[in-house]
Each structure stands twice: as C-alpha cells, then as structure tokens.
Design a binder for this molecule. Structure first.
Ligand SMILES: Cc1cc2nc3c(=O)[nH]c(=O)nc-3n(C[C@H](O)[C@H](O)[C@H](O)COP(=O)(O)O)c2cc1C
Length: 345
C-alpha cells in the first residue's frame, strides 16, 4: 500500500489533502466534522481585517449611542475618571473592540486544537500590515500549529505602483514572523505583476509555504435590477489548470513548499498538482458541493493511482512533471495555442 504521508510545516501529515479555510471550518463543531473526513490537516476560517474594523466601528457607534453597558462604563471612566481626551478614549474603545473580536477567535482556535488530532492552521485575512503581529502572537499562544496569512491586495488603486502593492506582502510577513515561532504560510492571489519573480522572493522571506491561489470574488451585473452581485462563489473543477501552470513553473525554483488551491474537486486534479510540484492541496468548493466524503475519495484515489503507477511515497512523484523536468519546458508557458485553435475554427 502506498504511503501518502508528507512533511509540511515541520509536521508529519497523514496525507497531502488539506481542508482549506472557509465557513466549513468556522466553528468547533464544524472543525470536528471536517477532521473526521480523513484530511491531513485543516485551515480554520480566517479572522478578517475588515471584520475587526467593522466591529470597532459598530462598537464605538453603539457605545456612543447607548448609556450604561459595560462598554459605556469603560468609555466614561476613561473620559471622566482618568480625564483622558477624546482621542485617547477613542483609542481605548478601539482596543476594547479589537480584543473582543480577537478573543472570540482565540477561544475558537484553542477549542479547535483541543478537539481534533490533525494539525490546525489558523488563518488571518489581511490587506495591510495593520496590527497582525500582535494578533499572530496571541494566535500562537492559543495553540495553532501554524498560521496562514491570506493576503489579497487587489491592484486597483491607480495611485499605487506594482512595487508599492507588492511591498505590502513583505511588510505583513516581516511584521508577523518577528513575533512568532510557529510556521507561517502565505496564500496569495494571481494579481501580482511579476508573479514568478515576486513568488520566488516571497518564498525567501522566511515563510514555510506558499499557497497558490486564493480565488477572488467574481463580480457580476444583474441586468434587470441594475445591481452588482457575486457570481460563482464556488469553483468549477476546470479551474485547477490555472494553478497547475504556476505550481509547475515555480516548483524547484522557490525556497518553500508550494500548496495548490482552487478547482481541486477530485483525486485526478490533486495528483496533477503534486506531479507539477505541490507538496499538498487544499479543498473547499468540492466540500460545499458534495460534502466531506470528497476528502476520502481524493485520498483513496491518490493511493490507488500510486499503487497502479508503482509509486511508494508522495516524494516519488512530486515535481516529476514540473517545468524543469519536462522535455519541452515551453509547455507550461504557452499561452496562445495556434495549433489547437486552428483545429476549432
Ligand atoms: C464560502 C467560502 C468561504 C471562504 N472563506 C475563506 C476564508 O475565511 N479565508 C480564506 O483564506 N479563504 C477562504 N475561502 C477561499 C478558500 O479557502 C479557497 O482558497 C478557494 O475557495 C479556492 O479553493 P476551492 O476551489 O477548493 O474552493 C473561502 C471560500 C469559500 C467558497
């Protein structure tokens, strides 16, 4: 029988199939359910920067409007008893709101870790350097085995250069890594101008894994209501190929493990990503569509394929089909298929 175990984040995972971050890992009950699926590890639902800022906003509005709750008492004590000025009181409230949101996430991490016997990776979703170093330290203390930073900088600000946008990733990694000892991984989108070059630089920044790629929200327009709405919240199985290209191009060139995410719904797609050089794969949409049984299907499928092909371990075939190992390295870089298109038209 094939051995599917891998080394990732300094730990032994029983297999390379990781449940990615989503609402399916958003509560302790769900985490227990997810772990029972047979996955090698799981990533908790992220704590979002926007979520904290929103909490701070509504917390302060609430406390300014209502008198008498514990919050308001704190507010008043700062204003009256300690004679701070408004700005200091505001900062006090901000810290209080931040603590409340963070506190909930920390107990979630702590309880999740206690409830399952597979590695638990906490997750922060951020777009600026913010206070993440402080959060990261607390998440480490709560017992997370590793921390995934989901950084999504949409380069839509016309006043910012690519270099400025990309610097954000390095600033966040730097701020977080200074504070914690547990492994830190980075999940990025493909919205980076010099993707290969930046990914290689990011892999040298001290991270323990590069997760390719986060899947952006797909905006659409409802032409009857004249409203913008979200479409295609879940991925389609055909989407694995975009990730496959970049895993294959970067494999052997980066200084940290690569993890594939987006469009992995079946064992075949997982096997392809590992052949291209991925250390592990993350799965989310397929679980929403078909349930947690997908995980055992993928794990068993990989094992059966390995037995058929005569591969005893994952290392025996990881990266075998990356760009550096291909007879024709141009295959993964081809973007216009004249030969294929000419067959269609
Ligand atoms: C409903 C839903 C919620 C998600 N929440 C998070 C999240 O909290 N943090 C995060 O890093 N990614 C989140 N993701 C992104 C997934 O982790 C994953 O990267 C993406 O869906 C692509 O993988 P898939 O094709 O297997 O779905 C979410 C995805 C979905 C569909």
């Amino acid at each position: 029988m094939a051995d599917l175990s891998i080394q990732y984040l300094g730990m032994k995972l029983k297999n390379p199939v990781i449940i990615g971050s989503s609402g399916l890992t958003g509560s302790v009950g769900e985490v227990k359910h997810a772990a029972a699926s047979g996955a090698g590890a799981l990533v908790l639902k992220s704590i979002f920067e926007e979520q904290i800022l929103h909490e701070i906003d509504s917390f302060i509005t609430r406390s300014e409007r209502n008198g008498g709750d514990s919050f308001q008492k704190g507010y008043r004590s700062v204003l009256q008893e300690r004679e701070y000025d408004y700005e200091e009181a505001y900062a006090y409230l901000q810290d209080h709101a931040k603590e409340q949101t963070l506190g909930k996430y920390l107990s979630f991490v702590e309880e999740s870790k206690k409830s399952v016997d597979i590695p638990v990776i906490a997750s922060i979703n951020c777009t600026t350097a913010y206070d993440w170093h402080y959060f990261a330290r607390r998440i480490e203390s709560a017992g997370a085995d590793a921390l995934e930073l989901n950084v999504f900088v949409l380069p839509s600000n016309t006043m910012k250069t690519s270099a400025e946008n990309e610097q954000v990733y390095f600033d966040i990694i730097d701020a977080v890594r200074k504070q914690i000892k547990i492994p830190v991984t980075l999940k990025i989108s493909y919205y980076l101008s010099g993707l290969a070059n930046t990914a290689i630089d990011l892999s040298k920044s001290g991270i323990s894994g590069l997760v390719l790629f986060n899947r952006p929200f797909h905006p659409d327009i409802d032409i009857d209501k004249l409203e913008v709405n979200a479409k295609y919240l879940l991925s389609d199985p055909s989407e694995y190929s975009q990730v496959l290209r970049w895993i294959a191009l970067l494999s052997g060139r980066v200084d940290c493990p690569l993890v594939a995410t987006t469009g992995i719904h079946h064992a075949e797609a997982a096997i392809k990503q590992i052949l291209a050089g991925a250390t592990a794969v993350q799965v989310v949409s397929a679980l929403y569509k078909e349930g947690f049984g997908v995980i055992s299907g993928i794990v068993e499928g990989i094992g059966q394929w390995m037995d058929k092909m005569g591969f005893a371990t994952i290392d025996d075939f990881r990266g075998k089909m990356n760009q550096q190992n291909l007879k024709n390295p141009a295959e993964f870089e081809r973007v216009q298929f004249m030969r294929l298109y000419s067959k269609i038209v």
